[in-house]
Design a protein around this ligand. Structure first.
Ligand SMILES: *Cc1c(COP(=O)(O)O)cnc(C)c1O
Length: 359
């Protein structure tokens, strides 16, 4: 059976280093916000060409903290509208709601699955103050159009980069990352980070993630407890030097899928430039998606649906259930994610391709 993602196999090469780091960690007796978090923050900021990195508990908190910090700084106000792609993982939308802001859904481009820049302007009102972008499946959003819109309407740009570690980003915006185990850079538990070049924002974020406190038992803000775990930071520091190789391996498999899958029943993803895609997911579309999933499983290939229900149709988002977003709904009905990661062998990829071509 070819697993969708074999995390045990993916992390196995690091096991000896994980064990020796864990011993070091046990010997220090320092468990929260210590050297490992500081070291990882430094390395990830430098890797990301950002001035600051703030380690946090997970990707959702990274997004919530960015939005709350912008409210604290007066850049946003409770009740402001935030433009968000309708086709995303629900975390992006939950963050907006948790920060007492209002999500305004914009349909994706059916070619890229990312937000369609041409559909943003018609959704802008006097209350619109920000665009929360998502580089979905690891593909860079068309930034030129977005930057033009943000300048014209004076909107803050924030990026949900939870699926886009190692992407060549365009522009110096504040970004949220998740180190959920299945991401391109994954921890062995929950983890997240924010990168930014903004001095004031960074200072506030270091405080907000830690009870709004810079100095123990002195609380300047109504913060939360969302700190990157010391041990997870240590594991991430071990894996970070291999992130580029992981992404190159993913791009190589994507190239083969794009060149060799030829079945008129299957729509392949578009990728104008390999440099603009780190292939967190390789997502195909087909009319009888569940039937294809079953067929692949019978042939020893596990696939996953990202995602079966769009955010606006979820029970948790009842106020939005009646909005009409036909492209988003079509995508959620038809998508299927193929296995893609550095642990897949050439033979396994060939088997996946041949099986799809025989469907
Ligand atoms: C994974 C993910 C998140 C949330 O990350 P967690 O660490 O699981 O909280 C947010 N947005 C997107 C697009 C994601 O894929």
């Amino acid at each position: 059976m070819i697993k969708f993602l074999d995390l045990q196999q993916l992390n196995q090469p690091f096991e000896a280093q994980f064990l020796s780091k864990t011993k070091e960690f046990l010997d220090t007796g320092w468990y929260i916000l210590g050297n490992e978090v500081r070291q990882f923050e430094k390395s990830f900021a430098s890797y990301s060409n950002a001035k600051y990195c703030i380690g946090v508990g997970n990707g959702l908190d990274a997004l919530i903290l960015i939005l709350k910090a912008n409210i604290q700084l007066g850049n946003l106000q409770k009740g402001d509208e935030v433009i968000v792609p309708a086709n995303t993982y629900i975390a992006t939308v939950l963050a907006i709601l948790q920060a007492d802001l209002v999500p305004v859904f914009v349909e994706p481009d059916i070619e890229t699955y990312n937000i369609n820049p041409n559909l943003i302007a018609e959704k802008i009102t006097s209350k619109t103050k920000a665009i929360l972008l998502v580089h979905l499946y690891g593909q860079l959003v068309k930034m030129e159009e977005i930057t033009a819109i943000s300048e014209k309407y004076n909107l803050l740009i924030i990026e949900d980069a939870a699926q886009a570690h190692g992407l060549s980003f365009v522009g110096k915006y504040t970004r949220a990352f998740s180190f959920y185990p299945g991401k391109n850079l994954g921890a062995l538990g929950d983890g997240g980070a924010i990168t930014t070049d903004d001095d004031k924002l960074a200072e506030l974020l270091y405080s907000l993630r830690n009870y709004g406190s810079d100095k123990k038992y002195h609380n300047d803000y109504v913060g939360i407890n969302s700190r990157l775990d010391e041990l997870q930071a240590a594991f991430l520091s071990i894996k970070l030097p291999y992130l580029d190789a992981e992404n190159i391996a993913r791009q190589k498999i994507a190239k083969r899928y794009l060149a060799e899958i030829s079945n008129s029943k299957i729509v392949l993803p578009t990728c104008e430039k390999m440099d603009n895609h780190v292939f967190h997911l390789f997502v195909i579309r087909t009319e009888n998606r569940d039937e294809l999933k079953e067929y692949l499983l019978k042939n020893g290939i596990e696939t996953i649906i990202h995602y079966p229900i769009p955010p606006h149709k979820q029970k948790a988002l009842q106020d939005f259930n009646t909005i009409n977003l036909p492209i988003t709904e079509k995508i959620h009905r038809e998508v299927l994610s193929l296995p893609i990661s550095s642990v897949l062998s050439h033979t396994e990829v060939s088997h996946i391709i041949a099986t799809l071509n025989n469907y």
